[in-house]
Each structure stands twice: as C-alpha cells, then as structure tokens.
Design a protein around this ligand. Structure first.
Ligand code: CTP
Ligand code: CA
Length: 235
C-alpha cells in the first residue's frame, strides 16, 4: 500500500519531504538554480511509502519524476518552498528537508525580460538572503509543542576552517534539528550521482551513524532511523 494504510514502521504517520533544487527568478525567463537532481529526495519518498507512511512531497526542480503515490506539491523558489513546508508541517510526524534551498535570491525580479542594450554596462545582480526553512520549521514545531521529528540534509566539504564533520556538527547546533544527514561533497561527487555515503548526526547526543550504498539504501537507513527515533521520543 502506498498511502499509509498498510503495515510498516511508519504506518499511520505523515512524512513531509522536500526535494530538488529551488529556482530564484531574475526575470520571467531566467533564474538562479543549483545542480540538485532530486534523486535523494525521491528515494526518501519511496522509502517512506514502503514503510507505510503518507508522504507529502514538496518538489522543487528535479531531473526525474517524483515517485507515484505521494501527495505532490510543486514549488519553484525558496519562498514558495517555505510556505509549502510550514503548511505541510502542521500535521506531519516527520519533516525531511532534502531540498537544495538557494541561500540567496535576486533582490529585484524584473517583470519583463531583461534586455541587453549596446553601449550600456552589463547589469549587476544584487542578492538577498533567503529564510532558513529548516530553522523556521524547528522554531514552529517548538512553539506549537508538536510531537514531530525534523531532519536536515547537509552537503559539506572540508576547508581551512574545519573538516566535514566539524562543519556538520556546527550546522546541527545552529539548526537545532533532530537529525542531520551529512554528505561529503567533492567535485563530481554526490550531485546527480547514483551512489553516496552519509553520516547521520543526532541533535540529542547519540553516536554518529554511517550509511552508504545507492540513494535507495541511504534513504532506507534514514527512514528506519526516523521510525526508531519517533517511537523512542513519542512512544
Ligand atoms: N535549508 C533550508 N533553508 C535554507 C537553506 C538550507 O531549509 N535557506 C536546509 C536544507 O534543505 C538542508 C539544510 O538546511 O536540509 C542544510 O542545508 P545547507 O545548505 O547545508 O545549510 P546552510 O545553513 O545553508 O549552510 P551553508 O552556508 O553551508 O550552505
Ligand atoms: Ca546552503
């Protein structure tokens, strides 16, 4: 069964999953985007369906079709995703933010197509920060005192300021979500590829858990862990 009616560790639960990459409009025909394929989010949705959950799927731009059997909401920009996510979260048991959300959007969106004019300088695109949807979901959950598990995804690289796990641990502290699924991103790794390996960090002190294999394997591990956390936190 694909709608939460059947057996499984998430039977009777509502799971909201965001996936894909947001697109931030510059004008009616152009946008700033990113390389998220949506494959990990789609795999999460399939795993949650298989676990018996009702799945709300908030799809930003994806290279593939969302899995059948989800309640599909298409979104374009980070602001649209924020609205859809805060709404869907109200009665969700689990929220998973797998979407690649643009950190910035163009400050001004032209109503008409931006034209080049000979002899004039090239336009400068000024950006403004997008809201942090994951953080807002956690704040809304805490304010409403909802029994809800919130899971973030993070793509990290090591750099001069720290390695992947140091960055991820700092991010988990900042976002205060329950679990953070951390991907190690390098050139040509993870984005659009079919295999990955992740570390699942807990915001409540549990040891880091690793999972690897196909995106379906990783998704199954995340969904299993979500079911375990749900039954432990809200028996
Ligand atoms: N996220 C979000 N809203 C944003 C940016 C990110 O909800 N405006 C979510 C993503 O969906 C993901 C998690 O936050 O679940 C981590 O995203 P990431 O881009 O790694 O975190 P940032 O806080 O944006 O940090 P960075 O500056 O490293 O990009
Ligand atoms: Ca970001």
């Amino acid at each position: 069964p694909a709608d939460g009616a059947g057996p499984g560790p998430l039977a009777g639960k509502v799971v909201t999953i965001s996936a894909g990459g947001t697109r931030e409009a510059l004008d009616p025909v152009r946008f700033l985007g990113n390389r998220s394929s949506g494959k990990q989010g789609a795999a999460l949705a399939s795993a949650a369906l298989a676990a018996g959950a009702t799945v709300r799927f908030l799809a930003a731009h994806m290279d593939i079709e969302p899995p059948a059997g989800v309640e599909l909401v298409r979104v374009e920009s980070a602001l649209e995703l924020r609205e859809a996510a805060l709404k869907a979260a109200v009665d969700s048991d689990v929220v998973i933010m797998a979407a690649a959300v643009a950190d910035f959007r163009p400050a001004d969106v032209s109503d008409t197509k931006i034209k080049k004019v000979d002899g004039e300088e090239a336009p400068v695109v000024r950006l403004v920060r997008n809201p942090d949807i994951l953080q807002e979901l956690v704040e809304a959950r805490n304010a409403a005192d909802r029994q809800q598990l919130i899971i973030g995804f993070a793509a990290e690289t090591g750099d001069a300021h720290g390695d992947v796990l140091q960055h991820a641990t700092a991010k988990l502290k900042r976002k205060r979500c329950d679990l953070l699924v951390v991907n190690h991103v390098g050139v040509g790794k993870v984005f659009g590829q079919d295999d990955n390996s992740v570390v699942i960090l807990s915001g409540h002190g549990a040891e880091p858990q690793t999972a690897s294999g196909s995106k379906a394997d990783v998704a199954a591990a995340v969904v299993d862990r979500a079911a375990v956390e749900l039954s432990a936190a809200f028996p």
